[in-house]
Design a protein around this ligand. Structure first.
Ligand code: LIP
Length: 266
C-alpha cells in the first residue's frame, strides 16, 4: 500500500474517534439541540455542523492538498473536489436516530483517489467500534479482521434496507416485497454507513437503498469490498455529487440481491 494511503487510513481513524468524542457529548444533551429541517424526514442539528467542522479542520491541517466534500457543506467548509484525493464525510450518519436517542448512528469518513473509494473509516462511538479499511489491506473492526457472510441464501440472515423521501416509495416497496418473497428479512437501522459496516462484518448479509448520497456510503463501500463483499458501481455518472442507488452484499447471494434490487454488482 502506498505510504500516502497508509497515512490517510491511520489519520482518518484518529479523526473519527476524536469526532466521536465530540458527538457523544452532543448526544448526551440531545434534548437541547438546535434542529433544522432540510426536507421531509431530513433533519440536521448543531451537532452535525460542529462535528463536521472538527473533521474538516483536522483533515485540512493534515492534508492541505486534498479536497473535501461534506454532507453539511457551508462557506466555512466549501466543497473542493481534487482528483488526486478528496475526503467525503458524513459527520453523523443516522441523524434521526441521534436526535431521538437511539444508538444507530456513526461518523463516516472516506478518501477517494482518482475516482476510486480508497480509504474507509466508520466509527460507532456509542459502542466504541472502529471499522476501517484501505484498498488491498483488508477490513478490520477494532483491529480484528472482518469478512462478509458466507451465506448463499436470502434466508441466511437479515438484509439492511434504507429509504428516504428523496425517491418514490415504490423504489423500496417493490424490492422489499421481492426480498420477503425470496425468504429474506429486512432490517432498517436508519444509518446506511453503520449498516454497510455491519455487512462487512457479516452481521447483515446485504444492504440496499434506492438513493444514497456519497457521504452516506463511500466509506462503507471500501469496508465491504475489502471484507470480500460485492458492491454496485455507486460512483457511476455523477454519483459523487448527486448520489445513486446502493447494493452491497455477500458474494454468495449476489445473484439473488441483483434480482431484488435490479442493480448489478461489480
Ligand atoms: C441517512 C442515511 C439513511 C437514509 C436517510 C439519511 P443522514 O443519512 O444513512 O440510510 O435512509 O434518509 O440519508 O441524513 O442521517 O446522514
Amino acid at each position: 500500500m502506498q505510504n500516502s494511503t497508509l497515512k490517510r487510513l491511520e489519520k482518518a481513524g484518529e479523526i473519527a474517534q476524536s469526532a466521536g468524542r465530540l458527538a457523544v457529548n452532543y448526544f448526551a444533551k440531545r434534548g437541547h439541540l438546535t434542529i433544522d429541517n432540510k426536507g421531509l424526514q431530513d433533519r440536521v442539528t448543531e451537532a452535525d455542523q460542529a462535528v463536521e467542522q472538527l473533521i474538516f479542520e483536522q483533515i485540512t491541517a493534515a492534508f492541505p492538498e486534498d479536497g473535501f466534500l461534506g454532507e453539511e457543506t457551508s462557506p466555512d467548509r466549501p466543497t473542493k473536489l481534487v482528483d488526486k484525493g478528496t475526503w467525503v464525510v458524513d459527520p453523523i450518519d443516522g441523524t434521526d436516530c441521534f436526535i431521538y436517542g437511539m444508538p444507530n448512528w456513526c461518523i463516516s469518513i472516506a478518501w477517494v483517489q482518482h475516482g476510486k473509494p480508497t480509504v474507509g473509516v466508520i466509527y460507532d462511538p456509542v459502542h466504541d467500534e472502529l471499522f476501517s479499511a484501505a484498498i488491498g489491506q483488508g477490513a478490520k473492526v477494532n483491529g480484528n479482521s472482518m469478512k462478509v457472510s458466507d451465506t448463499t441464501e436470502l434466508a441466511g440472515g437479515m438484509t439492511g434496507m434504507g429509504y428516504s423521501t428523496r425517491v418514490e416509495s415504490t423504489t423500496i416497496l417493490v424490492p422489499l416485497q421481492r426480498l420477503i418473497k425470496g425468504g429474506g428479512m429486512f432490517n432498517r437501522t436508519g444509518s446506511a454507513a453503520l449498516s454497510l459496516a455491519w455487512v462487512a462484518d457479516g452481521r447483515l448479509i446485504a444492504y440496499y437503498e434506492p438513493h444514497l448520497n456519497s457521504w452516506d456510503c463511500l466509506a462503507g463501500i471500501v469496508l465491504v469490498r475489502e471484507a470480500g463483499g460485492r458492491v454496485n458501481n455507486f460512483l457511476a455518472g455523477d454519483g459523487l455529487t448527486n448520489g445513486n442507488p446502493i447494493l452491497a452484499c455477500a458474494p454468495g447471494i449476489a445473484d439473488k440481491m441483483e434480482i431484488v434490487s435490479q442493480l448489478e454488482v461489480d
